[in-house]
Design a protein around this ligand. Structure first.
Ligand code: C2E
Ligand code: MG
Ligand code: MG
Ligand code: MG
Length: 289
């Protein structure tokens, strides 16, 4: 079976296992080479309004396809990049791609907020804000079209310095989102004192919807908190219409998930979703979404 489906398929599945088996050092070496050899790409997953079905933004997600290793999952290489420090170079590259793409979409008539995941180590670089500022200027992107996704663990780092950096970014007009909300830090005091614009409910709380009482209670509480604090709420990892319906009943603002689409290459995202007149402009009405 493998044989008659041709070499392409064979080399897609088999090596994916190899990536896990490869030593850290070799994988790290392959990762550095991959950036130079342009084997990384940034894909985009839409964020959809649960009220209108409109696409309001997109999350930039890094993809690595290697001729020898096949598709290497971010769950595997991001932690490695964080541990080795390579995430500083890799993250800067992602940010540049995303800002460039956002500027392109804006000039083509569909301004969309693009969210970029930023690891703690990147965020802690003393010149982080300066680099973001420069990038926005070079690509003439209004800061309001860039959103930075951080995890709650950022709040555990040198609190005052991080606070100041968050305020500087917010001062620029860049939005700040807390990713995987509910899985990390338990002290919520930062929500009222820091300029946080969005909470992304971790997909582990979405999975049990609409039946799991605990998940319902947690999502309801996060939505309520968002409303009271004027912070937008996005549900991550929505895969079924039943989950989406539960989120609508709970008045959650937006969702992201395979129910709409996984992350797509930039050109495909634009063709299918963002381009004025594209089929999925009302994502809720589309059978895919
Ligand atoms: P994340 O930021 O929480 O991103 C959401 C993850 O959920 C993505 O996995 C996405 O593909 C996946 N996802 C989206 N919809 C669904 C769904 O309906 N069901 C399920 N089961 N999963 C869904 P991905 O792309 O594998 O990325 C994993 C993590 O790697 C991300 O989690 C993020 O923390 C990190 N990551 C990805 N790209 C970057 C990047 O450019 N920079 C940094 N620092 N981290 C990144
Ligand atoms: Mg994210
Ligand atoms: Mg993340
Ligand atoms: Mg997340």
């Amino acid at each position: 079976r493998v044989k008659d489906r041709g070499r392409g398929n064979y080399s897609f599945y088999q090596p994916q296992m190899n990536a896990h088996l490869l030593s850290r050092m070799k994988l790290e070496h392959a990762m550095r080479q991959a950036l130079a050899a342009q084997r990384f790409a940034v894909h985009y997953q839409p964020q959809v309004s649960l009220a209108t079905g409109g696409i309001t933004g997109a999350e930039a997600l890094l993809r690595w396809t290697d001729p020898e290793l096949g598709t290497v999952s971010p769950g595997l290489f991001i932690p490695l990049a964080e541990e080795s420090g390579f995430i500083i170079v890799l993250g800067a590259w992602v940010m540049e791609q995303a800002v460039r793409e956002a500027a392109k979409w804006m000039h083509a008539g569909h301004p969309l907020v693009i969210s970029v995941n930023v690891s703690t180590l990147e965020f802690r670089q003393p010149d982080f804000v300066e680099r973001v500022t420069r990038l926005l200027a070079v690509h003439q992107l209004p800061p309001a079209l860039l959103e930075i996704e951080l995890t709650e663990s950022i709040m555990l780092q040198d609190a005052l310095e991080m606070e100041e950096r968050l305020r500087e970014l917010a001062g620029l007009g860049v939005s700040l989102a807390i990713d995987d909300f509910g899985t990390g830090y338990s002290n919520l005091a930062y929500l009222k004192k820091l300029p946080i614009h969005k909470l992304k409910i971790d997909q582990s709380f979405i999975r049990g919807l609409p039946d799991d009482e605990g998940d319902l209670a947690i999502v309801r509480a996060i939505v309520g908190m968002g409303q009271a604090l004027h912070i937008e709420v996005v549900a991550e990892g929505v895969e079924t219409t039943a989950q989406r319906a539960a989120l609508q009943r709970l008045h959650c603002g937006h969702f992201q998930g395979f129910l709409c689409t996984p992350a797509l290459p930039a050109t495909e995202f634009w063709q299918k979703l963002a381009r004025p007149g594209a089929a999925m402009q009302d994502a809720l009405a589309d059978p895919l979404c």
